[in-house]
Design a protein around this ligand. Structure first.
Ligand code: HEM
Length: 517
């Protein structure tokens, strides 16, 4: 018995060799742990909050991450780091930090992290989801050239947009205050307006092809804004198990069907263009009337040689993906803000009637003569800030900003909300005050903090289109209708309902036609 106890005690007291071994294993473990920790948290990162293992700061960002991150920046600084699941992200808050990164170091901050979900539809094509390759920048330049060639005041585009506005006006007359139906028409109208710019044609709102286009687009948005769809951005590994993701196969089918509709349009227009080319081989008399015409013209002349018809279809799809939800939500915001701001609405109405009259609808050429209305549209875009965290970027290289190191491959989030709703810049930021944009001479001026479309080499390519649409719709509505809250309804606030895009509070709205002057 005593021997047994002694044996156990001897076994417990390890020999010096064993002690060294244990020590080495411990040290190696500590070193490996440190290296792993350093890999995940490289030195000199911008400061930021702690997170939970595997989840990072996701559980602490709440329903309005743009607001939480803006508040956190008061403690950690304008450039801060957060961990989103396994990903390291750097958040840029405020105009100065955004300018430093997206403009001064544009070469580093113009990539995007792979949007694996969107890429499943694009398969490497398109603009939005890829890094800032030469190909992406060429497509952007092509679109900008086309907008310049077409000029947004082009007769054809303006005519088609006017037709959309007329449809909206007719609906307003018929619905007698049913705002739900008005929103439906606005939604369809925005989809049609992008078709006008892209293909020079608007669909009849009852055309079954148009219904298919709208429903495929809605299908794509539906999945990508569900919790599962959003989680695939932080955890792309989920996409490796497509069968386990409810809604994914429908998403892919909707994306493919949407592309097929665009392919059909391009194919049939190519035949028409071939006939034009036969009659006018040098295209001297050819006047492009939409983006597709510009593409045909440029490929014939060897300028847009880099793009195939398939690339064109994916590029147009991206305009739809990026342009429809943003524009239609901003229009919904416009309805809400005008409803709760009767004084400002009347000022817009009076300006439009005194400059344009009531015999015709306002046109884009009137815009510069309507500074208050123009200012009101800038203010609507500022308050609504529908994409508060913009689209993520990615650092293409290791870079030092404000003394902080941002490693290559870091996801970069631009907190646009922190600029457009900064109380130090905009007094009372949630109140609709178009006067903010008017100088002493009554001219409309844009401060550098007005950034709803972001900035830099990947900023919104459709800004001019969006502004034109907003102007035409809103000026026509305000010229002809008084927008008001039905009696007995509580006045809604201008606080957004947080989601991937910011939605306005639900609000029942009535439209009363002004009597003829
Ligand atoms: C009120 C309406 C709109 C708002 C607020 C808006 C806002 C934005 C923002 C914040 C970005 C991200 C920019 C960045 O990463 O720096 C973006 C990208 C983009 N937008 Fe818009 N947008 C609107 C309408 C449109 C329209 C009408 C179109 C096209 C017809 C469009 C096409 C695009 C495209 C293609 C991109 C991706 C650009 C790239 O990755 O290089 N947007 N938009």
């Amino acid at each position: 018995m005593t021997e047994a106890i002694l044996d156990t005690a001897a076994a417990a007291v390890a020999s010096p060799t064993e002690n060294v071994q244990t020590f080495l294993v411990l040290m190696l473990g500590l070193l490996a742990g440190y290296l792993l920790w350093r890999r995940v948290n490289p030195p000199n990162l911008p400061p930021g909050p702690w997170g939970l293992p595997g989840l990072g700061a996701i559980p602490f960002l709440g329903l309005a991450p743009h607001e939480t991150l803006m508040t956190m920046s008061k403690a950690y600084g304008d450039i801060m780091s957060v961990r989103l699941g396994p990903k390291l992200a750097v958040v840029l808050n405020g105009q100065r930090a955004i300018h430093q990164a997206l403009i001064k170091r544009a070469g580093v901050f113009s990539d995007r992290p792979g949007f694996e979900l969107v890429n499943m539809v694009h398969k490497g094509r398109g603009i939005i989801a890829g890094p800032s390759t030469d190909f992406v920048q060429r497509q952007r330049r092509f679109l900008m050239r086309s907008f310049r060639t077409l000029g947004l005041n082009t007769h054809n585009i303006e005519n088609c947009l006017q037709a959309e506005v007329q449809t909206l006006m007719t609906t307003l007359k018929q619905v007698q205050g049913n705002s739900g139906e008005v929103y439906d028409v606005i939604n369809r109208s925005v989809v049609n307006a992008i078709a006008v710019f892209s293909f020079g044609n608007r669909f009849n709102h009852n055309d079954p092809k148009f219904h298919r286009l709208v429903s495929c687009l809605e299908g794509v948005f539906r999945f990508s804004s569900t919790g599962v769809g959003l989680m695939t951005q932080a955890f792309p590994v989920l996409l490796k198990f497509p069968r386990g993701l409810p809604g994914l196969s429908q998403f892919l089918e909707d994306g493919d069907n949407f592309l097929s509709i665009i392919r059909d349009i391009v194919k049939s227009r190519r035949q028409v263009f071939a006939e034009i080319l036969q009659k006018d081989p040098t295209l001297d008399d050819f006047k492009p009337s939409d983006i597709l015409d510009c593409y045909f013209q440029e490929t014939t002349r060897g300028q847009a040689w880099f793009m195939s018809d398939e690339d064109f279809c994916h590029m147009i799809m991206d305009n739809y993906i990026a342009g429809t939800t943003t524009t239609r939500l901003t229009m919904q915001w416009a309805m809400l803000l005008l409803t709760i701001s009767p004084r400002e609405q009347t000022k817009m109405h009076d300006e439009i009637v005194s400059v344009v009259g009531t015999d015709r609808l306002p046109s884009l050429k009137d815009k510069d003569n309507l500074p208050y209305t123009k200012a009101a549209i800038f203010e609507l875009l500022r308050i609504s800030c529908v994409t508060p965290l913009s689209l993520p970027r990615e650092a293409a290289d290791d870079v030092i900003i404000d003394g902080h190191r941002i490693p290559k491959g870091t996801m970069v989030m631009t907190n646009l909300w922190s600029v457009t709703n900064d109380p130090d810049v905009w007094e009372d930021p949630r109140t609709f005050k178009p006067e903010r944009f008017l100088n002493e001479q009554g001219e409309c001026v844009l401060p550098k903090e007005w950034l709803p479309f972001s900035t830099g080499k990947r900023s919104c390519i459709g800004q001019a289109i969006a502004e034109s649409m907003m102007f035409m719709y809103i000026s026509a509505i305000v010229q002809n209708y008084r927008i008001y809250l039905p009696a007995g309804k509580t006045v809604p606030t201008a606080e957004p309902i947080p989601a991937m895009h910011l939605h306005p509070q639900p609000c029942e709205i009535s439209f009363a036609k002004y009597p003829p002057c």
